[in-house]
Design a protein around this ligand. Structure first.
Ligand SMILES: [Zn+2]
Length: 410
């Protein structure tokens, strides 16, 4: 069963790695002879390279930056794309900033929410009753949706054009609902997976396991969730936003074997921006395209500027301190992230931080399983567009709003 679990884990990566439409590096031709060696080297070191294995896919010298499909190609010096560098970069022109009323802003309420999918995604709080206090149940997807509705109103009042990736609790962004996908596409998704296995006996075992033994929740997380994340990135890109905000609520403690979260005293806020590529994360062309985009465009720098303001507002408005690498409830900061100059803002290679171009902020304003936060978040103080929500999310929306305002006024 151990082998199967490993395959199960790896296979969710391969679903992302399937070759689809090849993205064209010619998109970056306008960056020819713009940057110097030291500019690119700094950016690679500070924001992009989490693991040294990433160096297998590129070469940087005084004259060129080259990207390769594999280490073999690098050894043969067969690059996918060559960027010519210059020795002295010209003084950078200050770009003209847009007012909030001119901005297009995409809001992505994280996860699907709803009573069933939030359980399958393991994005819910179900805290048992303790010392005479009642049990608490709520889910991250619905909190994120209510926050997005509230933030949309604040931004639209200022004239911004706002787009939401989803508008209902329990709704996927992928064009087919989970159950329709299960009926129509599950079998072909399994066939696609096993096509990567060369040994016929293993192929047959794995296929049988997928079709007969896999719980629905695992099928949902492993096969359907990646499709939904990709659909979010595509929808956001199609809207061509100036700013994209991914709205999430973090947790400090994991669910126990009964699926319950016992809560935590800890509470931290943070935001993620693109970058920090780890081992194996440049294996597909789409990832390498976005790696080059992040190296050449100001998307990371702008995302840090925005996220710095947003985190400062989380701290002030919510009274939640910014996280740091020494926080034990956030081991992913050490393992997968690169710290930026802004407190609580980290480069992290999540699907959405990588795939969505432009200025982004992937926000985690608080720990929803903090005892005090849980009490506040389990309240149903108001209803917004059919979703019952706690007043606490209004404060979170105001923090995002002020952060965006400050970014525009900088
Ligand atoms: Zn989340």
């Amino acid at each position: 069963m151990k082998t199967l679990s490993l395959f199960f884990f790896l296979s969710s990566f391969y679903l992302w790695a399937q070759p689809e439409d090849k993205l064209s590096y010619q998109d970056f031709d306008s960056y020819q002879e713009i940057y110097s060696f030291s500019q690119l080297e700094k950016k690679l070191t500070f924001y992009l390279k989490k693991h040294s294995e990433i160096e297998n896919y590129y070469h940087l010298d005084k004259n060129t930056f080259k990207i390769y499909a594999s280490l073999t190609d690098k050894k043969k010096d067969v690059p996918e794309y060559i960027l010519r560098l210059i020795s002295e970069p010209p003084a950078t022109k200050k770009k003209t900033d847009k007012k909030l009323s001119e901005l297009r802003i995409a809001l992505d309420p994280g996860h699907l929410g709803g009573p069933l999918f939030s359980r399958w995604e393991s994005r819910y709080i179900d805290m048992p009753a303790k010392k005479g206090k009642p049990s608490m149940t709520f889910n991250e997807g619905d909190l994120a949706l209510a926050t997005a509705f509230e933030l949309k109103i604040l931004l639209e009042t200022q004239g911004a054009k706002v787009f939401l990736t989803r508008n209902a609790s329990g709704q996927s962004v992928y064009h087919k609902s989970f159950f329709l996908w299960l009926e129509e596409d599950f079998l072909s998704a399994v066939e696609k997976k096993i096509s990567l296995i060369t040994d016929p006996a293993e192929k047959s075992t794995v296929k049988c396991w997928w079709l007969t033994q896999t719980p629905l929740a695992s099928i949902f997380r492993s096969l359907y969730n990646p499709l939904d994340l990709k659909a979010r990135a595509q929808k956001i890109s199609h809207f061509s936003p100036d700013i994209s905000i991914m709205l999430h609520y973090n947790a400090g403690a994991a669910n126990d074997l009964n699926g319950q979260n016992q809560g935590t005293e800890k509470n931290f806020c943070m935001a993620f921006v693109p970058g920090s590529f780890s081992k194996g994360e440049l294996q597909n062309q789409e990832a390498r395209y976005h790696f080059v985009r992040l190296l050449l465009t100001p998307d990371i720098e702008n995302s840090i500027k925005l996220s710095r303001f947003v985190v400062e507002e989380f701290v002030e408005k919510l009274q939640v301190p910014p996280v740091s690498e020494s926080v034990t409830s956030a081991p992913y900061l050490k393992n997968f992230c690169l710290a930026t100059s802004a407190k609580g803002v980290y480069a992290r290679n999540l699907n959405l931080t990588r795939l969505v171009p432009g200025t982004i902020c992937f926000g985690e304003p608080l720990y929803q399983d903090n005892y005090q936060e849980s009490r506040l978040l389990s309240q149903k103080d108001f209803v917004i567009q059919g979703v019952a929500a706690p007043n606490r999310v209004k404060k979170v929306a105001q923090a995002y709003f002020q952060g965006i305002l400050r970014f525009c006024e900088r």
